[in-house]
Design a protein around this ligand. Structure first.
Ligand code: A2P
Length: 342
């Protein structure tokens, strides 16, 4: 890196992902000379922990980015739409966790284990993919390289933390109220989330799929850089606090045995294979929470077709699914000397 100083803005620093971004920057000893937390006027003046200090949160404003080199955004799509271009204009490279810019052809959508080379063509904004997509492509990329994936059928079991801090509180409150014989009042979600599964994440689209389902379809193709892959998804919110789980079925061009798949994934960056059915050992959300890797198990050949596999993929949606992936993108930008707006 050619720069002496590196000033980093964390936008949405009081939220579930923003707080984790600060934690990941600290844990990985990210070489920032200064880190400044931003949020809305509601929390300006409050503090967030970073290293041994409490940092004072500033209100995000149009002129906030002067003198910053890098901004990590996780403050919702509307905030990103408005502020990310202003940041880029001020010379500050944005890594954006919202869905606002992901499908913009000018914006690279990056998972560092999968397509780091896409960073080379950034114009100031880089998008962090959807949490469910990230853990799936980290696992499937090595399989695609080896056996060429023709089709993906995925069902997700997604934790409430993916919706943000208010949703974490909603699940907690509903569980407590139900144990006390009280009614629950859904607010963040359209229905009761405690002891329930909701086959709706985000809004419904004209084709009958939800926006989350179509994010998985479109983002997978963009990240893998291969529009011949057919993808179909069913996304479900479940009463889990941290960790998304996914049942994934793939059909491949070349035959890959379950054992070959295990050996391949054992070498894959960012992946840990946990697949010992005889010991009842497989990935679970409660084990993945707080971890960096994507965990994969239950690897089986699909006996209904010639060349297919079933996998069970679990990761911490706030870490690899959001904050960690964003910081890894920032690290890769530094490695490639790309922390500058062309
Ligand atoms: P605030 O705490 O001031 O509302 P979560 O996804 O956990 O709900 O967090 C959302 C994050 O985005 C919070 O840090 C929130 O700040 C921030 N945020 C929401 N709206 C804005 C806005 N208009 N400008 C800046 N930050 C925002």
């Amino acid at each position: 890196m050619s720069k002496k100083s590196l000033r980093v803005a964390v936008c949405g620093a009081t939220g579930a992902v923003g707080r984790e971004m600060l934690k990941v920057l600290e844990e990985r000893d990210f070489p920032a000379t200064e880190v400044v937390p931003f949020a809305s006027s509601r929390s300006a003046g409050s503090t967030v922990p970073f290293k041994d200090a409490e940092l004072t949160v500033r209100e995000l404003k149009e002129d906030s980015f002067q003198g910053f080199d890098l901004a990590l955004f996780s403050a919702g799509g509307g905030t990103s739409l408005k502020f990310a271009p202003l940041a880029a204009k001020a010379g500050c490279v944005v890594v954006d966790n919202s869905s606002a810019w992901r499908m913009d052809p000018e914006v690279p959508l990056v998972v560092p284990e999968v397509n780091p080379e896409h960073l080379e063509r950034h114009k100031g904004i880089i998008a962090n993919p959807n949490c469910s997509t990230i853990q799936m492509v980290v696992t499937l990329k090595p399989i695609h390289d080896e056996a060429k994936i023709k089709r993906i059928v995925v069902s997700t079991y997604q934790a409430v933390s993916g919706t943000g801090h208010k949703a974490i509180m909603e699940l907690e409150t509903q569980v407590r109220r139900l144990f006390n014989g009280q009614d629950v009042i859904p607010d963040v979600y359209p229905h009761q989330i405690a002891f329930n599964c909701l086959p709706q994440i985000d809004v419904f689209l004209d084709n009958g799929y939800t926006k989350e389902e179509m994010k998985m379809v479109n983002e997978t193709i963009k990240i893998m850089g291969d529009d011949s892959i057919r993808v179909t998804a069913t996304t479900v919110r479940v009463p889990v606090f941290y960790g998304h789980s996914e049942a994934v079925n793939i059909e491949t061009e070349e035959k890959l045995t379950a054992e070959d798949c295990r050996l391949l994934l054992a070498k894959a960056p960012g992946v840990t294979v946990v697949d010992y059915p005889e010991k009842k050992a497989y990935p679970m959300a409660v084990h993945a929470a707080g971890e960096d890797d994507v965990f994969v198990g239950r690897i089986r050949e699909d006996e209904s077709i010639d060349k297919g596999l079933n996998l069970w993929i679990v990761a911490d949606n706030i870490r690899k699914g959001a904050a960690l992936n964003a910081v890894q993108i920032a690290e890769e930008l530094l490695r490639r000397d790309l922390v500058r707006v062309p």
